[in-house]
Design a protein around this ligand. Structure first.
Ligand code: GDG
Length: 455
């Protein structure tokens, strides 16, 4: 089996817990085949930026580099988080375009290419991840790398009409044609990619989902919806009540009230203000539910150097305070809004406790929390997933109650229906979703991507 090189902005080193789906998928793939994980060390260089740090753990090597403060600010805080992230999440109004940020982004990709090129052996397969590293393959090709290189985009890809709002979009996006394979989460994202290349970048379709770009490169794109480690999550959730004291504490505090849960990084793409509004509307419309339900929203803060993230935090504090001010009673707090993060083992127990999983991003590449919520349920008495149509997960989890997160009444209706859903219907919907999650788990995802890359 060929050696695998994984490249991502952040690397989960062996002594760190792998948070998030990407990190654990890559770690498993590397352990199985042996290989190298390359990326940013997560550190700002005090003296020399770009120096390589090596670490070996069994068959897996890690090579990381520090970034200078200036490069980090332009590349990560700037172009990745303030230009590409809002654009890819359909928010051109939030795109902060600055040529200095683009220059920093290209500079960091160049440093990655320079350092990585020296580490590549002739038969290695290279798997580059996410929007931080779009031009990396073309830079490696310029350095003579002829290996098979795949790219996976973990975010959505918006329609061509939006992508062209990015200044110099062709210079950046056409570099995608240097990959052998581009992986996306959904059919909608694939359509957007094909539409962009065919209608904005003068590419032509070739048989077998291949395209020929205007520079003559032939590449392939496909749909590979990321999964979770379904079996492991289900087992963890089953054990959580016995093993994690937080679960007993939460259950005792609920006092038989139905729990609605949301877990999201504090990000404007997650639709949190709209979610709070729908919950407020539920309490307004259904007084019989007062004291009978509680919303637990877990939202660890992220990217707090970006103004929009500080603003959404203030907005949510106001909104939670407003709802509690209107409806709370001495023995009932309708919204529990928590800005902490929790280990997976605790989260899975929280999911199992919740009658409703309320996952309503305005846009999301996949949304692994939705899948983890389903996998954590008690098969005898499963909860109901209320899911945004605009999360990639909605293409597979069609037995969730699918909603448009901007339509307050629709989300409120779904919440009410979920809270009142009879056991038989809950079981039927849960079984259908669980079957999909078992078949298309994380192992199946990485295998199908790597098989396609090797083909
Ligand atoms: C990108 C795309 C796509 C652990 N503790 C907390 C927490 N975790 C874990 C969750 C889940 C992961 O983090 C979050 O996964 P998501 O898929 O929801 O979102 P991201 O990792 O930000 O993002 C996304 C994914 O890549 C994979 O391709 O699905 O669309 O944006 O595993 O259990 N999460 C939160 N709080 C915790 O305390 N929010």
């Amino acid at each position: 089996m060929n050696r695998l090189i994984v490249v991502s902005n952040r690397v989960a080193l062996p002594n760190q817990t792998a948070t998030g789906g990407l990190a654990s998928a890559m770690r498993d793939a590397l352990r199985e085949r042996g290989g190298l994980w390359f990326g940013w060390s997560g550190k700002i260089a005090k003296h020399t930026a770009g120096q390589l740090h090596h670490l070996k753990d069994g068959e897996v090597e890690y090579a990381t580099i520090d970034l200078s403060k200036e490069d980090h600010d332009h590349f990560y805080d700037g172009y990745a988080n303030r230009t590409l992230w809002p654009l890819l999440h359909y928010r051109p109004d939030l795109v902060d375009y600055n040529r200095g940020h683009l220059a920093g982004y290209l500079r960091v990709n160049t440093v990655f290419a320079d350092r990585l090129a020296d580490l590549i052996e002739p038969n290695d397969m290279i798997w580059i991840n996410d929007y931080h590293l779009i031009p990396l393959a073309s830079m490696l090709r310029e350095r003579g790398v002829r290996n098979r290189i795949g790219f996976f985009l973990h975010t959505p890809l918006p329609a061509a009409g939006l992508l062209i709002a990015l200044p110099q979009h062709r210079e950046l996006l056409e570099t995608l044609s240097s990959y052998d394979l581009i992986g996306l989460h959904t059919a909608r994202d694939l359509r957007a990619l094909e539409d962009y290349f065919l209608h904005e970048a003068h590419a032509v379709m070739r048989p077998g989902h291949r395209m020929r770009a205007s520079n003559g490169h032939i590449f392939r794109a496909g749909v590979f919806p990321i999964g979770i480690d379904t079996h492991q999550v289900a087992e963890m959730a089953k054990r959580a009540l016995a093993e994690e004291e937080e679960i007993g504490q939460l259950r005792a505090s609920l006092d038989d009230r139905a729990l609605i849960i949301g877990v999201d990084r504090l990000d404007y793409s997650k639709g949190l203000p709209e979610r709070f509004q729908a919950y407020e509307r539920l309490l307004e419309r259904a007084p019989e539910l007062h004291r009978k339900v509680t919303l637990l929203q877990i939202a660890p803060p992220s990217r707090s150097t970006v103004p929009e993230y500080r603003q959404i935090r203030r907005e949510l504090e106001r909104s939670a305070g407003h709802i509690n001010g209107l409806y709370a009673a001495p023995d009932w707090v309708p919204v529990r809004y928590v800005n902490n993060s929790y280990p997976h083992s605790v989260l899975s127990g929280y999911y199992r406790t919740a009658r409703v999983g309320l996952i309503t991003p305005l846009r999301d590449g996949m949304n692994l929390v939705a899948k983890e919520y389903v996998a954590s349920q008690n098969p005898k008495d499963p909860g109901v997933l209320v899911l945004s149509r605009f999360a990639g997960a909605a293409e597979e989890l069609t037995q969730a109650l699918l909603v448009n997160p901007a339509d307050t009444e629709e989300v409120t209706d779904a919440l009410e229906r979920a809270l009142k859903m009879p056991l038989k219907e809950r079981r039927n919907r849960w079984h259908a979703m669980m079957e999909i999650l078992q078949k298309h788990d994380l192992t199946a995802w990485r295998k199908s991507f790597l098989d396609a890359l090797a083909a």
